[in-house]
Design a protein. Structure first.
Length: 175
């Protein structure tokens, strides 16, 4: 790849403009592109995780944590709470064979109050009356693979696209 640049005019003024671009516009464009990439990635990942786990997207909002980029810290972080979610958070009903919560069916489960008085979905771990465990829906495996795929593949391409657009916009304004 070769690049030929022909400069007409005062070299000092051109170098001063390039320095201003490097000091001011590039960091601002970087931060804005990072934050827009974060929002894009978070939205897409939430939708995919919710679809794969079988829960509403509104419930997936609680799992995601983020840290936006700033001029002093040009890095973003998106995290996922990996704890399983209680099945009682989904719309649920008792059936003859167990409990149905959202798209999930739990055979031999029942709805009862826990010791704190909250309604929960329980399932016996043995044939005896006790012990019983609260029924939970695992999120970790599905969420981790989806987030890794987004950070490894799609986020870098999206960042490059957004960075280029933002830098062009900033330079076209002439500020």
């Amino acid at each position: 790849m070769s690049l030929t640049v022909r400069i007409d005019g005062d070299m000092d003024a051109i170098l001063k403009d390039l320095e201003q671009v490097q000091k001011r516009h590039v960091p601002l464009a970087t931060v804005r592109a990072l934050n827009r990439t974060l929002a894009w990635m978070r939205t897409r990942a939430k939708r995919e995780i919710a679809a794969e786990v079988g829960v509403p997207v509104a419930l997936a909002n609680r799992w995601m944590r983020q840290r936006k980029g700033t001029l002093s810290n040009r890095a973003i972080m998106v995290g996922l709470l990996l704890r399983p979610i209680p099945a009682v958070r989904l719309p649920h009903r008792q059936t003859r064979t167990g409990v149905r919560a959202g798209k999930h069916a739990f055979d031999h489960a029942f709805i009862a109050s826990d010791p704190d008085g909250r309604e929960m979905i329980f399932k016996r771990t043995t044939r005896k009356a006790h012990p019983i465990d609260a029924v939970k829906i695992p999120v970790a495996q599905a969420g981790q693979t989806i987030l890794e795929r987004y950070t490894r593949d799609k986020a870098r391409a999206r960042f490059a696209e957004l960075f280029e657009k933002d830098l062009q916009w900033r330079l076209s304004r002439g500020a």
